[in-house]
Ligand binder design. Structure first.
Ligand code: ADP
Length: 335
């Protein structure tokens, strides 16, 4: 059982929002569509749901072309950014909605609703009004409602982006757990790479209507397809390097990267790629700013006069001479 999208193009008038996209989601797999705002993620998801007609290409479930199958007959569950719960129904009424539509008998419905509320961590919330829940709780109800009829595919459009940062991180972990336990097959749209990497088995990176890279989170994070993708994934500085025997060497130093391809590469540096150390390249500290769990430094390198970002455990005094070494966790390799 799988979803396959082939050569899909979606247009709004003369504007092409999704261009010749091929993507598959296998049974039990969670695929994240990741990309900047406006790149066409929601449009692609809506076309899969049947809410947007394709200009070309196909959406299939196994061998069935869904072109003539309306939204409510596709057997897909939908969760949107703002939950879109029914305000006049209580929590149980919302979760039971899809079951009622399918004429599931009352006793079976109650059991399923209780099961789902437990799964999303809202045991005993059945009689609560949805209008009195927090944003995070409302999204849990929306997820339970979408999962209740056992959809063959779950489509989630920025399910966490209406929530504040701290709650989002927690809920992303919870959501990942719920999807695993439910064995759900899901397509999740997000612009947030942390969220994509927390939730997904595989990530498809989109840019300007096209999928530019598909792979497991590790691979996409470490080896972005090109500099634009690397930039989107947090790399701010690019330097030429050579990898030999699993060690990358560039003007900023050498670092073990056993996963990197051998030969000439471009290294992408995230702001945490250079760390304060006892030795390594030297420079003058320009700024030192406290962050939540580390100190962010700006250093002017002695050799090149270049200004680079770095991190440290404790604050340092601007004007001091410091040394920096490369941290493999902050690096990406672009071929
Ligand atoms: P994303 O989900 O990646 O933020 P969308 O799929 O929502 O991107 O939008 C992709 C592009 O299509 C954007 O440029 C957006 O302005 C445009 N777009 C989205 N919906 C419509 C619409 N109904 N009519 C016209 N243009 C649209």
């Amino acid at each position: 059982m799988m979803l396959s999208v082939a050569d899909l193009t979606v247009r709004y008038g003369s504007f092409t929002a999704v261009s010749e996209v091929d993507v598959e989601v296998a049974d039990g797999e969670v695929l994240a569509l990741l990309g900047p705002s406006g790149c066409g993620k929601s449009t692609l998801l809506r076309a899969v749901a049947g809410l947007e007609p394709p200009a070309a290409g196909t959406v299939r479930w196994d061998d069935t072309d869904l072109a003539d199958v309306p939204v409510h007959r596709r057997g897909f569950g939908l969760v949107f950014q703002d939950g879109q719960l029914f305000p006049h129904r209580d929590v149980a009424g919302n979760v039971a909605f899809g079951l009622r539509m399918r004429r599931v008998p009352a006793a079976e419905r109650h059991t399923r609703v209780a099961e789902l509320l437990e799964l999303v961590g809202l045991e005993g919330y059945g009689r609560r009004k949805v209008t009195e829940l927090s944003g995070g709780e409302q999204q849990r109800v929306a997820l339970a409602r979408a999962l209740a009829p056992r959809p063959r595919l779950l489509l989630l459009d920025e399910p966490l982006s209406a929530l504040d940062r701290a709650l989002r991180e927690q809920l992303a972990m919870d959501l990942a757990g719920v999807l695993r336990v439910a064995g759900a097959t899901a397509l999740v749209v997000t612009h947030d790479h942390d969220e994509a990497f927390t939730l997904a088995d595989r990530v498809a990176v989109m840019r300007a209507g096209r999928i530019v890279q598909t792979g497991p989170p590790d691979e996409v994070w470490r080896c972005p397809a090109d500099e634009d993708t690397a930039r989107f994934l947090g790399c701010g500085l690019f330097v030429p390097a050579v990898v030999a025997d699993g060690v990358a060497t560039c003007d900023l130093g050498s670092v073990a990267l056993p996963w990197a391809p051998e030969g000439p590469v471009t290294l992408g540096l995230r702001p945490t790629a250079l760390r304060l150390a006892a030795d390594g390249i030297s420079g003058k500290l320009i700024r030192s700013v406290h962050r939540r769990d580390h100190v962010r430094l700006q250093v002017r390198l002695d050799d090149t006069d270049q200004l680079v970002d770095a991190v440290a455990g404790i604050a340092e005094t601007p004007g001091d001479r410091v040394h920096l070494t490369l941290d493999p966790d902050g690096l990406a390799v672009v071929r």
